[in-house]
Design a protein around this ligand. Structure first.
Ligand SMILES: [Zn+2]
Length: 275
């Protein structure tokens, strides 16, 4: 059994075939999916929980979990009402994580200062609700600017919680991976690990311990090779998992059991996660 640790199941792009898409994931051996609740705007961060509640309990689909959070470029919307909504969502049993939250200096938009403030406020809410966090971090081109700011914020505002989290769709270098592990985070790889030009990322992945990694799709984005550019879906997480397995010199079953165990441990789900 595999777990897709990050998929935007509430995306409009699944409006016509969401049930069938989840059925294909189940058939492909995906036992659980963490649905990411960020919406198009912060007001839509309950979308993942709604998908969870629609499908959990039905036969032939993966077990679904949800997150809720304010995406870096939506942090200008983080007023008291939105933060109160986040707090109440994180109290729901299905909402096991706060995210994806973090810093994105790559895209133009919300200022760095507003992103940092929004992140810190969410870290406080997540810590009080005892929910691990899902981090999105992207710097300007080759720079580590966003990572440097991120680690500084996490050291002050997150490390004391002891809750850890996930570095989602990891795209940093070895130094960032090492510091993530040291902070108690799991490093999660998406379909870009399979792209021909991602040799540097594969070299980083190959140095990670088996108990420090996860796999994800980030669906509907980042479809793995050879479907790059198409709509992605959780069934395809297997391809990324097999590339990671080869890098870590284990077989498909070992990468599946290790990533499932890592996910269950981080989110304190017990051994019966999924089926
Ligand atoms: Zn995402």
């Amino acid at each position: 059994m595999l777990i897709d640790s990050h998929a935007h199941l509430d995306s409009e792009r699944y409006a016509d075939d969401r049930g069938a898409m989840l059925g294909r994931a189940f058939e492909a051996g995906v036992g659980a999916v963490l649905a990411i609740g960020i919406g198009e705007q912060a007001a839509g961060m309950d979308g993942a929980l709604a998908v969870c509640r629609e499908f959990n309990g039905l036969a032939g689909v993966p077990r679904l979990y949800a997150s809720a959070g304010i995406y870096p470029h939506n942090t200008h919307e983080a007023d008291d009402a939105v933060l109160a909504k986040l707090d109440s969502l994180l109290a729901e049993p299905e909402v096991i994580a706060c995210g994806e939250i973090g810093l994105d200096y790559y895209h133009e938009g919300v200022s760095r200062e507003v992103q940092r403030e929004g992140l810190i406020k969410q870290l406080e809410i997540a810590a009080a609700r005892k929910r691990p966090i899902l981090i999105h971090c992207r710097g300007t081109n080759e720079s580590t600017d966003a990572w440097d700011d991120l680690f500084e914020i996490l050291a002050d505002h997150w490390r004391p919680s002891g809750l850890g989290g996930v570095m989602h769709c990891f795209g940093g270098g070895w130094e960032q991976a090492r510091r993530s592990l040291e902070l108690g985070f799991l490093v999660s790889f998406a379909g870009n690990l399979t792209y021909p030009k991602a040799q540097g990322l594969r070299e980083v992945a190959a140095r990670l311990p088996l108990d420090g990694v996860l796999v994800e799709t980030d669906a509907p984005w980042l479809a793995p090779a050879p479907d790059r550019g198409k709509r992605n879906e959780p069934a395809w997480v297997l391809r990324t998992a097999l590339v990671l397995a080869e890098l870590l010199r284990v077989d498909g079953e070992e990468i599946a059991s290790a990533t499932t165990k890592n996910f269950s441990k981080l989110f304190r789900l017990g051994v019966d996660v999924g089926n």
